[in-house]
Design a protein around this ligand. Sequence first.
Ligand code: SF4
Length: 220
Amino acid sequence: MLYERDRLYDILNEIKGAIGFSCSYQAEDIALLHLLKDHDNIEIFTLETLKHFHQSETFHNEIERFFNVKIIKYYPDQSEVKELETELGDYGMRESLEKRRLCCDIRKVRPLERALKNKSAWITGLRAAQSITRANLQLVEYDEKYRLLKINPIFDWSEKELYDYIAQNDLPLHPLYAEGFKSIGCEPCTRAVAEGEDIRSGRWWWENPEHKECGLHIKG
Ligand code: SF4
């Protein structure tokens, strides 16, 4: 899709400061790695929650090789994780929204704050059609919490357009997609979904749909 690359590069070329792209192994992120392949001034990073599926580590290495890029890992604070594990054990985040948000805060939100520090723009693979929490997404938004431009280059892609793009360009997919996963997250909070089910329904499946965000993409 030449148009997407053109509209994305037009925006990126206007940005003076540092640009970060948060890559979390989703199909959307793989399409973006391909769209961004000719732009060499972007820090590609991932949030290493220490709760990922073991397949994600292998996939991380695979896509680094495939796209010839380095994906920087941002880790949670070790002492905070230790305290969290004492409080929640392996699956305590499922016991309440409060506990789940605490875990996401320590393992994702705080590392993201570090990743976005001193950045002028943040590229994401969000799509409006993914869930009701993302329905009003725009191509470019101002993120008040992080005080930067948030760029969502494929915000208007349908699921079909996304997978067509991946197939047409012969791009790799995280192996869990072949096992019925439609979104890739942490092992305790992600499961496969049935055909026809909402693509985000495998994330925090015990919660109401309006709560299904990890705190990374909530407007502050
Ligand atoms: S998705 Fe689950 S395991 Fe991962 S940070 Fe959030 S609550 Fe913790």
